[in-house]
Design a protein around this ligand. Structure first.
Ligand code: XLS
Ligand code: NI
Ligand code: NI
Length: 434
């Protein structure tokens, strides 16, 4: 036992009238929503990097947190960090967690030493998981922090870095599989460029496509049953990341023959950075058949950065879950809190409260989304708006050609009559539920 969370009891559902800040008011894992337990819809995960590896620094200031697992450059503290992490999982009772290799183990002097460190911690996780219900939602490789990745990982101009990336991802996939992980994520933070003056874009994209094919081949080789996910983000740290948004990623997957093998891990803050809404990204992925999982956070709308704050906006979250429910749910995916405390939130209590609040916000969003779907108001409005396409003549048009259509329109048989899109009415409708 570490002392870090001392005095904080496991969080219980106390209902909306409770004033206890360390209780769930809306998240009730066993409550049935649309025929399924709330926990099984939301599939919450804690992100090891923000909660345990991040030390409170920002671009203008250094470490603000002092944790029992600092400094993080040795195995003794990596084990204390693991103890604290699992203590927090016990307190929150969330079903999943996620990691990067670099979050959980200290970097060694050589690849082999880093791997030894990593495998030791994975064995320690395996032991801790054997007596608990918590599972691994996904593992991933941090191929953006160390200086070797400064020019990219699989898109690096140096083939030695490509090799290092391949070897690193292999070890992270092995570890993910060992822990029974349900997905494997690739986020290409430095795949992209700072200046075109030194970048051969076509070559880099080909290398990235080849790399991802190797990942998929390896998945099949080892019999990994989970889903391979790519996480779109338009910029930060690279200026022009190749995985800009859901639509760009889909084009990339298609070009390299991967659209049936790889799905997307969509993040709220990344959607905003790309100039979209979260539900836009979810609806895009769902329409293209590549909705995988979500990273739930929010940006500070004033600062314009990827500030990775815990979600606190029920109407926004409700629309995200609306599109997820409509698409049939998260399948192997989950709701990963890719979110960190503010750097002044120094206490263990802050870390717990952040997750408790976020889980409550998501629960409210899910319930609102389910209520809207069950009521059917938005679906009815959609049906009505597209009702013209229900006629056989309209459907046949899709299989005809410009000349045939021209003849009908030119003969006066077809005259469009504009109808209201009813946006305000629909917005007011949503407002009744959120
Ligand atoms: C960074 C990304 C990262 C991925 C995992 O912005 O969100 O945290 O989720 O590498
Ligand atoms: Ni992010
Ligand atoms: Ni993320």
């Amino acid at each position: 036992m570490t002392e870090f969370f001392q005095g904080i009891a496991p969080i219980a559902h106390e209902g909306p009238d409770s004033t206890n800040p360390l209780a769930f008011h809306h998240y009730n894992p066993d409550e049935i929503v649309m025929g399924k337990r709330m926990e099984d819809h939301l599939r919450f995960a804690v992100a090891y990097w923000h909660s345990f590896a991040w030390e409170g620094n920002d671009p203008f200031g250094g470490q603000t947190f002092e944790r029992p697992w600092h400094p993080q450059d040795r195995m003794t503290t990596a084990r204390i960090k693991a103890d604290a992490a699992f203590e927090m999982f016990d307190i929150l009772g969330q079903p999943y967690f996620c990691w990067h290799d670099a979050d959980i183990r200290p970097e060694g002097d050589t690849f082999a030493e880093s791997l030894r460190n990593f495998e030791e911690i994975i064995a320690c996780f395996e032991e801790k998981m054997s007596t608990r219900k918590v599972r691994l939602l996904w593992g991933t490789a941090n191929m953006f922090s160390h200086r070797r990745w400064m020019g990219g990982a699989s898109t690096n101009p140096d083939p030695d870095v490509f090799a290092y990336s391949a070897a690193t991802v292999k070890t992270c996939m092995d570890a993910t599989m060992k822990l029974g992980g349900e997905n494997y994520v690739l986020w290409g933070g430095r795949e992209g460029y700072e200046t075109l003056l030194n970048t051969d874009m076509g070559r880099e994209l080909d290398h990235m496509g080849r790399f991802l094919n190797m990942v998929v081949d390896y998945k099949h080789k080892i019999g990994f049953q989970g889903t391979i996910l790519v996480e779109p983000k338009p910029q930060e740290p690279s200026k022009h990341q190749y995985d800009y948004d859901a639509a760009t990623c889909y084009g990339f997957l298609q070009k390299y023959g991967l659209e049936n093998e790889v799905k997307l891990n969509l993040e709220q803050g990344h959607a905003i950075l790309a100039g979209h809404s979260f539900e836009h990204e979810i609806a895009t992925a769902a329409a293209l058949g590549v909705l995988g999982s979500i990273d739930m956070n929010r940006n500070d709308y004033q600062s314009g950065w990827d500030t990775d704050q815990f979600p606190n906006n029920v109407p926004e979250v409700a629309l995200a879950y609306y599109h997820i429910l409509k698409a049939g749910g998260l399948a192997t995916g989950g709701t990963n809190f890719d979110a960190k405390l503010r750097r002044q939130s120094l206490d263990a209590r802050d870390l717990i409260a952040a997750h408790v609040g976020a889980m409550d916000v998501c629960a409210r969003g899910l319930k609102a989304a389910a209520a809207m779907l069950e009521d059917g108001g938005l679906e009815d409005a959609l049906k009505e708006r597209y009702a013209g396409w229900d006629t056989p003549e309209a459907r046949a048009m899709l299989n005809s050609d410009l000349d045939t259509i021209f003849d009908k329109v030119n003969a006066g048989a077809i005259t469009p009559s504009p109808r209201s899109g009813r946006q305000e009415i629909l917005e007011n409708y949503v407002n009744r539920f959120v």
